[in-house]
Design a protein around this ligand. Sequence first.
Ligand code: 4AD
Ligand code: MG
Length: 482
Amino acid sequence: MKRIKIAELLRTEPVGTEVTVKGWVKAFRNNQFIALNDGSTSNNIQVVVDFEHTDEATLARIKFGAAISAKGLLIESQGKGQKVELKATELEILGDCNPDEFPLQPKKQSLEFLRENAHLRFRTNTFAAVFRIRHALAFAIHKFFNDKGFFYLHTPVITSSDAEGAGEMFRVTTLELDKPPRTESGEIDFSKDFFGRSTNLTVSGQLEGELAAMALGEIYTFGPTFRAENSNTTRHLAEFWMIEPEVAFNDLNDNMNLAEEMLQYVINYALEHCADDLKILEERLIEEEKSKPQEQRSEMSLTEKLRFVIDNEFVKITYTEAIDILKNSTPNKKGKFQYPVEGWGTDLQSEHERFLVEKHFKKPVILTNYPAAIKAFYMRQDEPKEGVPGPTVSAMDILFPGIGEIVGGSQREERYDRLVKRMGEMHIPEHELSWYLDTRRFGSCPHAGFGLGFERLILFVTGMTNIRDVIAFPRYPGSAEF
Ligand code: 4AD
Ligand code: MG
């Protein structure tokens, strides 16, 4: 008999029919009641065992974590907490689970412990909820762009370009590390390498995305990106997933609106489609916050926070305005910032971003028109403006409560001469990006795009606090297990 998934069973409640369910034991009470879960939903089905007619040996094998198959009649439940239950007529143990050896226990275990057992943590209610939501968000992103007529573009994972120019790349090579071929001047000869040149894992699909946008009009990428930055934080991964839309004829304003619309759409999608999982995570968060002092607890519950972002327009201010706010802020005047805000031109630290979002505006904030000196070469150069001390670019960063930067993007420099000049200033060799410059030589046009860090979005939606808990197999300095 074909198994029915618990999600479907609970949705249709086909009372009176004979069904087979398979899953893992979450609990076994009174030698009679099994809470069974198959991953299709956070909800369990109660399987009632006819213990008088089940042999002792089988009953003894119904342990937390064991995989079982149960066949029986679906009836209205006598107990409270569930509408239906399965009166089992046949029970089969598919896989035993020895409680003395199984690292997971039917009680709350720390996230650190579960991170060390990441191969098993899917079995916990929290992580199953996180990964079902991760799936829903990925799907929502594709749906959002597809419904708008964007084309999904697959950009390369191995590339010879450093899109962000930040030099935080993982090299890809087949050269032998202990005796690489050398040029006459003694340098490593990458012309002998697999691709005939030096290559790395991509840090961003943007530059390739721009090429396609300048023909297809509206594209987006959604793939893994890699950064060899030595950041051991709760917000950084060495391998993370990024969504990068790129749109011909869009300016900075269009770009901000697209990003805001996308974020509100996908968050709303999660609220509409992941209610059960969000409830589990909301309860988890309430428990976690109990260990914090009152003033550090958040004023809103998880779903209230998500609703709030959907219902309120994001604040849009320039970098220059943000610096003014920060300079005159109480924590800055009282010396509470680890990095005091002295003047225009410095990069914002996450403490500054979080002050703006969490304390000052209490809303997501889009910061625009950053100093050119702290942003990438491809961003469009602004005209000088009164009251702005130095050159700026049409950049935008979206800052979220509890997260900091969730999106980074810009209008692109479409003017060939300006772009080449900027590359020169930043010591980016023209010949390495001749293919990129060609778009500016042939039918160039204004265009804009941004990158959304997928794991940072999941952090926000799930209320988890460590980015290593929202990707199945996290890669970070010193760790690449599995
Ligand atoms: O701001 P970033 O570096 O922008 C770009 O890569 C552009 N090429 C995007 C574009 O305009 N098409 O990265 C974009 C986003 C950040 O806002 C952040 O959410 C996320 O990617 N991100 C990371 N997420 C996890 N771990 C890291 N190490 C990340 N670095 C960036
Ligand atoms: Mg950025």
